[in-house]
Every structure is written in structure tokens, then in C-alpha cells.
Design a protein around this ligand. Structure first.
Ligand code: PHE
Length: 450
């Protein structure tokens, strides 16, 4: 069937793994993970992250893919098919896709601007603060990023998303290895490695653990039905268990490499390791500027950022598109256009919240819960990664563990008992008890309740 009309399917197993890893590997790996590790205790943070990744991340990954493959439906439809009362959890996922895309496309737009500038060797001359606070220019780049995302999704699962991921993901991997090697072999790189990885247990508190858990969900694209949606295009011949460790494995490897690419270079040139977007867009261009043949590395780096952001953005738009196709019987072309228009409209206040709307706070300060006042951009980031994604993951675990039932899930995972799943018992305990309790406790400690 024509993919633009029908649902579509992954053409190959490797194509699915690359697309799902492409969803996972994104801005979260490149700009969030390295500075969070650097700021929050280095190797101690990485350790907390890995622990939560195994206990919660891999557990939820397998659960989402299983629900998706079993139902062959979008996030909302999948829940609805198994229990109508739970449809709202899928609906929250679709909403989450809009909110994440609203700020994600803005940062994707910044990366395009930097890539274009790096091609003419002009990247070090950009005044990051002036650029992002201007009203128009960042929005134009956001629009370009939205259009690129839309084109790929328009062409469907096998013809668009899978093809694009098969080209972009291997290149991304090669690029990040090149930059990491360059960075770690600079004279004076050791200070950066020390900053990035030196374990400091005293920095680990409830807030840091909540941040690490939010990062596990965000980085693995979990808790909002993205992996349900990608899983719904799988056939019976796919191995769900293999995917549920390969995708997190690739994601973590790239997050770790991103830190190795960034910090040694920053320290080698005596720069301050600023945090957040500032690190990638304000500091790194200065670092590349000081490096021999830095223009080439800057171009490679920003192209890699664009690839990472695009392969994630298409998965977010696909959540919305699949919802409209499966639930509202809209054709793929129209569904993807409607989705991207809605997203761009939400991206406008996010971009403006850097400048003209800087004083508009949609979340007020709640000091007792460690919550600062936030504008659109920060609020959407906060609401999704620290609230909606972990909540979505918690609900999914309760749903699979207690409502749909692990027996039925395991039946799907083992293709009705044809393939083996040696860890079935452990996974059941993780889904039913350990992951939900852990998510709940991290919530409580992160917001200062315990
Ligand atoms: N995982 C992506 C990243 O790390 C972001 C994302 C979140 C994508 C949720 C899809 C769903 O950048």
C-alpha cells in the first residue's frame, strides 16, 4: 500500500534500530548530558544515570515497544485498544510531543544558523545572545528546521524516516568520534576529562537524581508514546528484547562521546565550561576558532547537531502524525502538515521567550519545591522532562504490569512462546514494582517532599 495513504512498516530490522536510536540520540545527548554530568558530580552523576537507565529506562523501553508492536497503533490508540479508560495517558503523550517540539525546533533552528555560518567560516563571529534574543531571525531558522522535519515525515516510515536515519545516523557516529579524538588529543585535554568525570558524591541530592531520571526519559524518548509509535510499525520478525538494550546502548555511547568531544577542547583552550545551550553555541565556536583547521571541525560539529536533532524531531512529529492518521483518519500528508503547523505556532513564543517575551513567566517561582520562575522555553522543557515523561513512564509501567498484564506482554515479546526471553521474570518485577516505585520516590525527593 502507498505509505502516504496507509500506515507503513519498517523495511529492515537495522533500519528500525537506526531510526529508534535516531529518535533517542538528539540534543539531549549533545547539549544536556555533558553539562549535566559536568555540573552534577561528574562520574557520580554518570553512575546514577546508568543505574536509572538500567532499572527504569530499559524496562520502560521494552514495555513501550511491546505495546506498540502488539496493538499496531499510535500512542493514544494503543492504550485505548487495550483499555479505554487509559486512553488519556496516550493523549498526554501526543500533547507532550507538541510541547517538546516547541522548544526542540527552536534549538534545531539555531544549529542550522551555526552550520550555515560555519560554511563561510563566520561562526566565531556570531553573538549568541544577540542572535537568540532577536525576534525574527531565529524564527526563520526554526521554520527551516520544521520544514526539513516535515519533508522526511511526509514520505512515511520506510520511505522517509528509515531512509533518512540510515544516512544520518552512521554519519553522526563517525563525526562525533572524529571530534572526540581531536578534542582528547589536544594538549591540556586532561583538565577537561577531570572536570567531566571526576566523581564528586557530595553533589548528588534529590534534585540531581530527579534531573538524571528526567534525562533518562528525555534522552531515550520514553514516557510519551514515541517508542509505542515506532514499535507499531514493527512486524513479528523483530526482536523486541534486542532492541530494548541496543537503543539505550547506542544512546548512552553517544551521550558519553559528546562529553569527550566537548570538555577536553573547552579546557584545552582555557575556556569556562558554561552550561546548557550556551556551552554548545557560545563556547564551542570560540574553541573551534582557536583550533588548527577549526572551521572544518565546526562545520562537521554543527552538521552532526542538525542530524541528531532532525532524527529526533521526526519521531516527535511522527507521534502526532500517527495519532491523526490512526484516530482521525487523516491522510499522512495532511496529518503531518497539520502537526508541523501546530508545532511551529507553539515554537513562536518559545523562541520569543529568549528576548521580547523574556519577562513573561508561565510558571511562577515555587521556592519550597526547587522550582524557579520560567518562561515558555524553560517551562516546556521542565514540564515535559521532569513531569510529563516520568509520569507517562510511571503510568505505562502500572498499565503493562497490572492492567494489560505482564503475561500478555511476555507472550508478545516471545512471539507466543516461540522465542526465548530469559529475563522475563526479572523484567516483570521491574515493570510491576521496581520501576514505578523508583519513579515515584524520585519525584518525591526531587520536589523536596522527602
Ligand atoms: N531523545 C531526544 C533527545 O535526546 C528527544 C526526544 C524526547 C525525542 C522524546 C522524542 C521523544 O534529544
Amino acid at each position: 500500500m502507498n505509505e502516504i495513504v496507509g500506515r507503513g512498516k519498517w523495511a529492515t530490522k537495522a533500519g528500525f534500530v537506526l531510526a529508534a536510536a535516531g529518535s533517542a540520540v538528539g540534543l539531549g545527548n549533545l547539549w544536556k548530558f555533558p553539562y549535566m554530568a559536568g555540573e552534577n558530580g561528574g562520574a557520580a552523576f554518570v553512575f546514577v544515570y546508568l543505574l536509572l537507565l538500567v532499572l527504569i529506562g530499559m524496562t520502560v523501553m521494552l514495555a513501550e515497544l511491546t505495546v506498540g508492536r502488539h496493538t499496531q497503533l499510535d500512542a493514544l490508540g494503543a492504550y485505548k485498544k487495550l483499555s479505554a479508560k487509559w486512553a488519556w495517558v496516550g493523549g498526554m503523550g501526543v500533547l507532550c510531543a507538541f510541547l517538546i517540539m516547541a522548544f526542540y525546533t527552536v534549538v534545531g533552528g539555531w544549529a542550522i544558523k551555526y552550520f550555515v555560518a560555519s560554511c563561510t567560516n563566520a561562526v566565531a563571529g556570531i553573538d549568541f545572545g544577540a542572535f537568540i534574543t532577536a525576534p525574527m531571525e531565529p524564527l526563520v531558522y526554526t521554520l527551516v528546521f520544521c520544514v526539513l522535519t516535515w519533508i522526511i515525515v511526509y514520505y512515511g516510515i520506510g520511505g522517509g524516516i528509515e531512509k533518512a536515519s540510515k544516512i544520518m545516523m552512521p554519519l553522526l557516529f563517525i563525526f562525533i568520534v572524529i571530534i572526540a579524538i581531536r578534542s582528547c588529543t589536544l594538549p591540556g585535554a586532561g583538565a577537561g576529562l577531570n572536570y567531566y568525570l571526576n566523581p564528586d558524591l557530595s553533589k548528588i541530592d534529590g534534585g540531581v537524581i530527579l534531573a538524571a531520571m528526567g534525562q533518562v526519559f528525555f534522552s531515550l524518548s520514553l514516557g510519551m508514546g514515541c517508542m509505542i509509535t515506532y514499535g507499531s510499525y514493527l512486524g513479528e520478525d523483530s526482536s523486541l528484547t534486542q532492541s530494548s538494550w541496543m537503543i539505550p546502548g547506542l544512546d548512552t555511547a553517544i551521550a558519553f562521546l559528546a562529553g569527550l568531544a566537548i570538555f577536553p577542547a573547552v579546557f584545552a583552550f582555557g575556556m569556562e565550561p558554561g552550561s546548557g545551550p550556551g556551552l554548545m553555541f557560545a563556547t564551542l565556536p570560540q574553541v573551534f576558532d582557536k583550533m588548527p583547521a577549526g572551521e572544518i571541525f565546526a562545520t562537521i560539529f554543527f552538521l552532526l547537531v542538525i542530524f541528531a536533532a532532525l532524527t529526533s524531531a521526526i519521531s516527535l512529529l511522527e507521534v502526532v502524525t500517527a495519532y491523526l492518521v490512526d484516530e482521525k483518519s487523516v491522510k499522512r500528508g495532511g496529518a503531518s502538515i497539520l502537526g508541523i503547523i501546530g508545532i511551529f505556532i507553539l515554537a513562536i513564543p518559545c523562541s520569543l521567550s529568549m528576548g521580547s517575551l523574556a519577562n513573561v513567566h508561565i510558571i511562577p517561582e515555587i521556592a519550597s519545591m526547587n522550582i524557579p520562575a520560567m518562561g515558555f522555553f524553560d517551562a516546556f522543557d521542565f514540564i515535559t522532562s521532569k513531569l510529563m515523561l516520568p509520569l507517562g513512564g510511571l503510568m505505562l509501567c502500572i498499565f503493562v504490569g497490572w492492567v494489560w498484564g505482564t503475561d500478555k506482554a511476555i507472550n508478545e515479546i516471545t512471539d507466543g512462546g516461540l522465542t526465548s526471553f530469559p529475563l522475563a521474570g526479572i523484567w516483570s518485577i521491574l515493570v510491576k514494582y521496581i520501576a514505578p516505585v523508583a519513579i515515584f520516590l524520585v519525584f518525591l525527593s526531587g520536589f523536596g517532599v522527602i
